[in-house]
Design a protein around this ligand. Structure first.
Ligand SMILES: [Zn+2]
Length: 262
């Protein structure tokens, strides 16, 4: 995301000097950490979707309210996507330790609130819930886990036209069309339906009601989808993406403002 205008205040840590950070800390003690994954997203989306989305959303949040934006965590827990090349995965233990260390080190130089913007939502939610607990109990950091899907769920339920949106389908494709249209290959997008019957008490939809916890293996994913996506990306539009992004940004802005008002 490059914009011609210079931002009024710097917020992107990788582009700041330590003295910029020192000055910024007079205005904010909140850090946004995009947490993604590098994994297959079907024929039509790039491997970096789960990092691109939270980073761009974090950027919009940081422009609107006092917060600093950390470089994204690009590697996540994606064992179920390793049936296609280009996917990286790390163990739950490695991932948790790495994210905890990143956030705890920011606590050393003045960050009090950390918001983990999870672009690989559903799949690494459990890990990040534990990370938040550990940061709070052992590092004195006021940490939050913000899975993008939760932030836009209400709007998504209103605007969706596809029946199932599980992976690399209506929601992710719409958001990418809004944020990074040059990276989306709509002419390769293909609808892939999940099995007619879900397992009992589970759902293949990202907004679905899962009454029991579950997870797919790479072998199961390979059987479910030849493209890598599950759901219908062909109904995605940039307009839907704009509404989803706006919902996520405005929730996060109110969270940051509440934290900074404390
Ligand atoms: Zn994804």
């Amino acid at each position: 995301m490059t914009e011609a205008a210079t931002p009024a205040k710097p917020y992107r840590l990788t582009e700041m000097t330590w003295r910029d950070v020192e000055r910024a800390l007079e205005e904010t003690s909140t850090l946004l950490v995009p947490v993604g994954s590098t994994e297959q997203h079907g024929h039509h989306l790039p491997l970096g979707v789960d990092g691109f989305m939270p980073e761009a959303i974090g950027e919009r949040v940081a422009r609107e309210c006092p917060a600093l934006l950390a470089p994204p965590v690009w590697y996540g827990v994606s064992p179920h996507h390793t049936f296609k090349p280009g996917t990286f995965t790390v163990s739950t233990e490695t991932f948790q330790r790495y994210v905890i260390d990143i956030c705890a080190s920011a606590g050393e130089w003045g960050i009090e609130h950390v918001i983990l913007l999870n672009g690989h939502y559903l799949a690494q939610d459990p890990e990040l819930e534990i990370v938040v607990r550990e940061l709070r109990s052992s590092h004195g950091i006021d940490a939050f886990h913000a899975p993008l899907v939760n932030l836009f769920a209400e709007v998504a339920a209103e605007i969706r036209t596809g029946e199932i949106s599980f992976h690399a389908s209506e929601f992710e494709t719409s958001i990418m069309l809004e944020l990074f249209p040059e990276l989306v290959r709509m002419d390769s997008a293909e609808r892939v339906d999940p099995p007619d019957e879900s397992l009992p008490l589970t759902d293949y939809d990202a907004l679905g009601e899962n009454e029991v916890g579950w997870a797919l293996t790479a072998a199961e994913m390979a059987e479910l989808t030849h493209t890598g996506n599950i759901g219908d990306p062909t109904v995605a539009t940039a307009e839907k993406g704009a509404a989803l992004v706006e919902a996520a940004v405005s929730s996060l802005v109110s969270l940051v403002e509440a934290l900074e008002d404390e």
